[in-house]
Design a protein around this ligand. Structure first.
Ligand code: WTA
Length: 658
């Protein structure tokens, strides 16, 4: 079965290479789609799902949203609380710097916390557990108080509207509390995934010019203690603008206490648990989140209060069909956009109980994840294909040891889900009872964009249709729609409220990356095809961004990490299909004079990449080469490396220098 997954991946990659190669384009597009669409069995929603769905009249809604997009989003906004209503829903006058809910005054906290205090203060907002069996529950009222105390402490440290706060924390309640406290006082959070290295953390702190960093002494993972504070100490030395480091102390591990360090408990203990929510402009920034692009420098994607809260609230309610008594578990990490929108803000705005788990799904035993589902009676479960494939590998007996009867709806995100994994997830985890929402979206889109809703008939491996109000299409490089069944570039033809507003301090990059690649449209960077029924099949990235276990990382970022090793002159990095991770990174390395190829050197270089970028950027293979294929202007042609590595046609090499 894994071989099958592997073959499908290679086929997808092959088709993708061909799609990019103009010469072979027309002959190749058909091959790909045929391979994918053979899986075209339809899974219809059950009577029960149809009856209970939050959105029942799907077709009319899609039609209505298409004809009245502004009214459609305005009605979504009206379901939320605002301090002051907007004067205008959408302003496209300064393209591509679009604005939403102009003149509106709000704060996402008003909807994520404040409004619930009247009606569900005693309801559990967050359930947290870690792999050591330690757990904590916070009601909406308790959570709000914790947020207020930290918000007051931040103000006492001189933080005010618009200031940036970096957050580098494990998956513990304090990560959510820190994000919410930042939003509450109108500051801008920038969460950095706690698997990033000191260098990557410092780069993000410096780009955001963060004044404060919130971190912890340690994190726990796979039975090990991760000494976060050591990483932070190294990063902080490179961050002159940073004024204070707030440390959540969780263990008795010895840590270095520097002059910027203060303890979380100490600063919150004396603060009041009441705090006014800052009245923000709808277009005021809520957070910056760094993501990988085609260059080595990550992009600071900027999201704002108003549109983001509207888009996230509407999508979570319809896609996951949330009900008052749902126990909702998204296994992502708050350090990624999925965690921002669908662990923290989305579920809290919906007023359900959101579960956070610190640890890995298969430790100490491969059924850990299913044990957690059973223990907390999780009803809505949202995860990534890489995790599903890894669990599938352990065999059906592990989930079968547990009652999964509480589950009623499943979700998938982060990369294409191959039909085999989809079917396993559907049958074994969902017990053929739970519809699967395969949700396509990005850090930049802020909210789910292409997805089924529970009433939509499903096809294993297809994200089905755009969310109502979203005009997605598959086009050629000139923006012309390609015929059904053909591969092409995935674009969004209109605007949506939760869209990114800018790349932090880099409007040029914002404009060029997203709005100028394909005339008039938002370029997603993904390839896709639509089948004869109009279902979307996402095939992966067109650019040199890898997707390793659902984590985005640029080839260029790994290349620049490789050349930090003293033995390496130059390097090219490509993604290779992998049956579990989706993709892994392979590096082609030119050694400096005097260095000799050896296994030790391979290990040392791999370690250097890990040290430079963090454990998420593992490089699985290294080959030593004398030369790299380059264009005349000196750019590495990764396409050629990939084709040779995978034994695929190399395609058009007229641009090759040598
Ligand atoms: C990929 C994660 C196929 C895609 C929310 C996109 C997917 C990138 C899916 C964004 C899906 C995400 N099917 N591919 N359901 N969801 N992707 O910014 O290539 O971390 O461009 O956001 O992940 O990754 P990001």
């Amino acid at each position: 079965m894994l071989a099958q997954v592997m073959r499908a991946r290679v086929a997808i990659r092959a088709a993708r290479e061909k799609t990019m190669d103009k010469k072979t384009q027309s002959q190749s597009e058909g091959d790909l789609t045929e391979a994918l669409f053979k899986e075209g069995e339809i899974y219809k929603p059950s009577k029960d799902v149809l009856e209970k769905a939050n959105l029942k009249n799907y077709d009319e809604t899609v039609k209505y949203a298409k004809e009245n997009p502004e009214k459609f989003w305005e009605e979504a906004a009206e379901k939320l609380e605002w301090f002051k209503k907007w004067n205008k829903v959408f302003d496209p006058s300064n393209k591509p710097f679009y604005k939403w809910f102009i003149g509106g005054k709000c704060n996402i906290i008003q909807n994520a916390l404040d409004k619930h205090l009247k009606t569900k203060g005693n309801k559990t907002a967050i359930i947290w557990e870690n792999e050591r069996g330690v757990s904590r529950k916070l009601t909406y009222s308790e959570l709000s108080k914790e947020v207020n105390k930290l918000a007051n402490a931040l103000k006492a440290l001189g933080i005010s509207r618009g200031d940036r706060i970096a957050i580098y924390l494990p998956n513990i309640p304090e990560i959510a509390i820190s994000m919410l406290a930042s939003a509450k006082i109108g500051a801008v959070h920038s969460v950095v995934y706690a698997g990033y290295s000191a260098g990557a953390l410092a780069e993000r702190i410096n780009d955001a010019e963060a004044k404060i960093l919130i971190t912890a002494d340690v994190g726990y993972r796979r039975g090990k203690i991760i000494k976060l504070k050591d990483v932070v100490d190294e990063a902080v030395r490179k961050c002159p603008v940073l004024e204070k480091v707030i440390v959540v102390k969780r263990s008795n591990e010895e840590i270095n206490i520097g002059e910027k360090d203060i303890f979380y408990d100490k600063i919150v203990e004396k603060e009041s648990d009441e705090c006014e929510t800052e009245i923000m402009d709808a277009e005021d920034p809520l957070f910056i989140l760094y993501t990988s692009g085609t260059t080595a420098k990550p992009k600071g994607v900027v999201h704002v209060h108003g549109g983001y809260m509207v888009g996230v609230a509407r999508t979570i309610n319809w896609v996951f069909d949330l009900k008052e008594d749902d126990i909702y578990w998204c296994t992502a990490n708050p350090g990624w956009i999925t965690g921002h929108s669908y662990i923290v803000y989305g579920p809290l705005m919906a007023g359900v109980t959101t579960l956070m788990y610190e640890g890995v799904p298969d430790w100490p035993k491969p059924d850990k994840i299913w044990q957690v589902v059973e223990k907390y009676k999780v009803s809505v479960f949202y995860t990534a294909p890489t995790l599903i494939r890894a669990m599938m590998k352990y065999g059906d007996e592990w989930p079968k040891r547990h009652s999964l009867s509480s589950l009623r709806l499943l979700g998938s995100v982060g990369e294409p889900i191959n039909p085999e994994a989809w079917k396993w997830y559907y049958k074994i985890i969902g017990e053929s009872r739970c519809p699967i929402m395969d949700t396509w979206w990005q850090t930049e889109t802020g909210m789910i964009m292409i997805t089924p809703l529970p009433v939509v008939p499903l096809k294993a491996g297809s994200a089905t249709f755009p969310f109502p109000g979203i005009e997605a299409d598959v086009v050629d490089k000139n923006g012309k729609t390609v015929p059904l069944g053909k591969g092409g570039f995935l674009v969004i033809k209109n605007q949506w409220p939760a869209m990114l507003r800018n790349v932090f301090k880099n409007p040029k990059r914002y404009r060029e990356t997203y709005w100028e690649k394909i005339p008039g449209y938002y370029a997603t960077g993904d390839l896709a095809a639509k089948d004869k029924d109009g279902y979307f099949w996402i095939q992966g990235r067109t650019d040199d961004v890898l997707n390793i276990s659902g984590h985005r990382i640029g080839s260029a970022e790994i290349e620049s990490a490789l050349v930090t090793h003293e033995a390496v002159v130059e390097a090219g990095v490509i993604g290779k299909p992998d049956p579990i991770k989706g993709e892994t990174a392979k590096g082609f390395v030119i050694l400096k004079e005097g260095y000799k190829e050896s296994q030790e050197l391979v290990q040392a270089i791999k370690l250097q990449v890990r040290k430079t970028l963090g454990p998420i950027a593992v490089i699985s293979e290294i080959s030593f080469v004398d030369k790299l294929p380059k264009t005349r202007s000196g750019k590495i042609m990764r396409r050629v490396l990939r084709a040779k590595e995978l034994g695929l046609p190399v395609g058009d090499v007229s641009g090759l220098a040598d």
